[in-house]
Design a binder for this molecule. Sequence first.
Ligand code: ASP
Length: 326
Amino acid sequence: MNKRREFLKATALTTVGLVAGCKKDKHDDALGIQRLKDSPVVISTWKHGIAANVSAWKVLEIGGRALDAVEQGVRTSESDPECTSVGYGGLPDRDGKVTLDACIMDEKGNAGSVAFLENIKNPISVARLVMEKTPHVMLVGEGAKRFALENGFIEENLLTEKAKAEWEKWIATGVYKPWDYKSNHDTIGMLALDKDGNLSGACTTSGLKWKMHGRVGDSPIIGAGMFCDNEVGAAAATGVGEAVMKTLGSFLIVEMMRLGKSPQKACEIAVERIAKKIKNYKEIQVGFIALNKKGEIGAFALQEGFEYALYKNNRNELLKSKFLTK
Ligand code: ASP
């Protein structure tokens, strides 16, 4: 009970510190030991991870479960119309349709996933329901939508005026290419460790812009876009999904951590594997994040430019990832 009261006190001060612009609170040093022992950790991909981490932290700081944290966290990006690579406001496929992919895993190794889902704003919550209410792991397309509607989700138009205008501009160029390798790799992958030491992960995306209708990437594929094993750690991916699917990057990272590698080294091994196996690796971007049971993190990418958001010990920061290709 005492411990819990101290934890709540520590996290309340943590929030004050953040509002005050991440300045060190005068009690920081006194609380440092407690925070290190009990503090949760959340890590997510890209700049929009900062806002998503704040939502996840609201769950974690009151002692909530990592699973709830990652779901709430990535829902923030899914619901943000300015986030053009996830959920509502996501850029469409080459036929002008927004199709969404997402997956989630909890600390018991349960997994849920949806792919090629249209007109449902928060696919991560549908993925969670697939995990909790069905005997299956993955539902796709019409079946996934029917399941969502039966469970109280509402059908919405996810193509915002802004995304539609961008698609129309692209269509007018007459280049009906499936995707642009160089940009728009902004899937959100999120991993969290809660105060009980349990790990969970989530990954959600509208996929590569101008992709072929029906194309599904790595993000909803357990072991590719995200993988979590509560004995060891968790990992998530962003970037050209085809390269991640061919190398099962997130699973590889968790297995490397199982063999004793640090999260950083494990991410580097997964990126090196892509460089070894994927011919055009210099033309594409892939980035990974990882988190282990001890709360240690890692991040690595093929190219310069990958960023991740880390919320830990009173700080929610956007950090630059190291990368392979010089
Ligand atoms: N990994 C995602 C996909 O291939 C795209 C991304 O991260 O931007 O669908």
